[in-house]
Design a protein around this ligand. Structure first.
Ligand code: SF4
Length: 236
């Protein structure tokens, strides 16, 4: 059975070659750990857990008219674990697909809301501009849609509305005082998970084949390697 995560499918959508390199050959492009983002995620998780325990809406929900409370469920920590996450297995198509959510909220009508926490530091935070300009922002929406699909496949009723809880670090304060200040932005996204199953299947099919797709022409890593290779050839 092929085990794949939502980031495998995201890789397939961005560059099928990278997906094959990663999953079938264990070769990944270099990356740095986002330790500050992880710290923000964790602090935010602790805060949501406080309101989950007392089953009250987080003050941000009240401020943004979100009629929900953090979802209390015995598996919440499993769903949030990077090594487990929420999973769906298809015996028919031979895959085990999953992903780790940041948080799940429950609306008054019983529907679940999927939420993800992001951190950045920009002078002018404008989500609409970022979304229209950058592929990674569209990837954030796809990420939420994949989680929605997973929860639906696990028998939950899930709202199409999803949220990004975005923390924007203020970098122009007069004094640091060992404290990073943030603006908080709640971004509501109207999602659709209708595309997810097809793309999971396409990813599985590619990984089971002997195909080795071409690199993406836009990618800086492969362009770097290509240029290095040409240069090296001239010095032989
Ligand atoms: S083009 Fe980029 S994303 Fe694709 S295989 Fe090369 S490094 Fe990976």
């Amino acid at each position: 059975m092929i085990k794949l995560s939502r980031s495998t499918v995201e890789k397939y959508l961005n560059c099928p070659r990278c997906c094959v390199l990663d999953k079938n050959h264990k070769i990944k492009p270099p990356s740095l750990p986002f330790t500050l983002n992880i710290a923000v995620d964790n602090l935010c998780k602790n805060e949501f857990d406080y309101y989950r325990k007392i089953q009250e809406p987080h003050p941000l929900f009240v401020e943004h008219n979100i009629d929900a409370i953090p979802f209390k469920h015995k598996d919440i920590d499993i769903w949030r674990s990077n090594f487990k996450g929420i999973r769906y297995k298809s015996i028919e198509h031979n895959y085990d697909f999953g992903g780790a959510v940041d948080d799940v909220w429950k609306k008054n009508n019983g529907e679940l809301i999927i939420a993800d926490v992001k951190a950045t530091s920009r002078n002018n935070f404008d989500w609409n501009e970022t979304f229209n300009k950058y592929d990674y922002a569209k990837g954030y929406k796809r990420q939420l849609e994949m989680y929605q699909w997973l929860f639906r496949k696990n028998g939950f009723t899930v709202s199409d509305e999803a949220y990004l809880v975005y923390f924007n670090g203020k970098k122009n304060e007069e004094f640091f005082n060992n404290q990073l200040q943030f603006d908080t932005h709640i971004i509501k996204l109207d999602c659709s998970s209708s595309w997810v199953e097809d793309k999971v299947l396409e990813t599985v099919r590619l990984l089971q084949s002997n195909e080795f797709p071409k690199p993406s022409s836009k990618c800086e890593y492969c362009n770097y390697l290509k240029q290095r290779w040409f240069l090296q050839k001239n010095f032989k």
